[in-house]
Write a protein that binds this ligand. Structure first.
Ligand code: BTN
Length: 245
């Protein structure tokens, strides 16, 4: 898949830029909006996204998928898998995983986050905005982000962000293109196989209570499935569960 690139030296947030563009002057085809610096980079919930000027990849994809809205969780999973594949090629000696729902982890540290701001009209996806922040060359993090890491911190190499962006986009679009042609269960299977802490016993905070449980998978609505030590089965939405890392 090809996408038009819009390059910005500075903007508040590439997601906000994408949403403003969609409401002002809706593009005809997929776009990638890349900023060297975001003055108000956004994370999920009310978090901010820290990224030093020119050091990392901070961009948003605008996509117009033709499939029905009920496939949006497959899409989320496919994009996270595309990023994880890219990170694996950069760090072949590390354990790369996806922490549900779509953080990319290297061992127990977060290297990439995705902020989806999708719009659903009726039973179709009107648009998808996927904001991606991948830590590349930054080596110190000032914010209270719990456990950030970058490619450079792990490999001690310096990366050309331009070249890495092209490789990353190829990897993401390869997976995106598979959504319509491949069986959904294949993407589900790949996502399941790379899930952080799958089938490992850990403490989680579920609806404000601590539980010892293991992740058994996710369902097609993107919810996390947990089995507690007392064999209780829990189905959790995003805001209902916190990992303890
Ligand atoms: C998370 O909290 O894990 C999601 C982080 C998403 C950060 C990216 S950086 C590019 C895009 N623009 C934003 O303001 N946020 C996303």
């Amino acid at each position: 898949m090809k996408a038009v690139k819009i390059r910005l030296p500075e903007t508040e947030s590439t997601n906000d830029y994408a949403l403003a563009l969609l409401s002002r002057n809706r593009p005809d085809s997929s776009c990638v909006i890349i900023a060297d610096y975001q003055t108000q980079g956004k994370g999920t919930d009310t978090n901010t996204w820290e990224s030093e000027k020119g050091k990392n990849l901070t961009f948003s994809l605008i996509l117009f998928p033709e499939f029905a809205a009920d496939k949006q969780f497959i899409l989320n999973k496919a994009l996270a898998l595309g990023i994880a594949d890219f990170v694996k090629t950069k760090l072949p000696n590390h354990r790369v995983s996806i922490k549900w729902p779509n953080d990319i982890y290297v061992d127990d540290k977060k290297i990439c986050g995705i902020l989806f701001q999708n719009s659903v009209v009726g039973n179709r996806l009107d648009y998808v905005v996927a904001g991606i922040g991948l830590n590349v060359n930054q080596t110190t993090f000032k914010s209270n982000a719990p456990n950030p890491v970058s490619l450079k911190m792990l490999s001690e190499l310096d990366y050309n962000t331009e070249t890495e962006l092209d490789d990353l986009l190829n990897s993401i679009f390869e997976k995106y293109d598979q959504i319509s042609v491949k069986d959904e269960s294949q993407i589900e299977g790949e996502y399941h196989a790379i899930l952080y802490r799958l089938m490992e016993w850990h403490n989680f905070i579920v609806k404000d209570s601590m539980v010892r449980a293991r992740i058994t998978g996710t369902n097609s609505y993107g919810q996390l499935l947990l089995e507690t030590e007392t064999a209780q089965l829990l189905t959790c939405d995003m805001k209902e569960v916190k990992f303890i890392i």
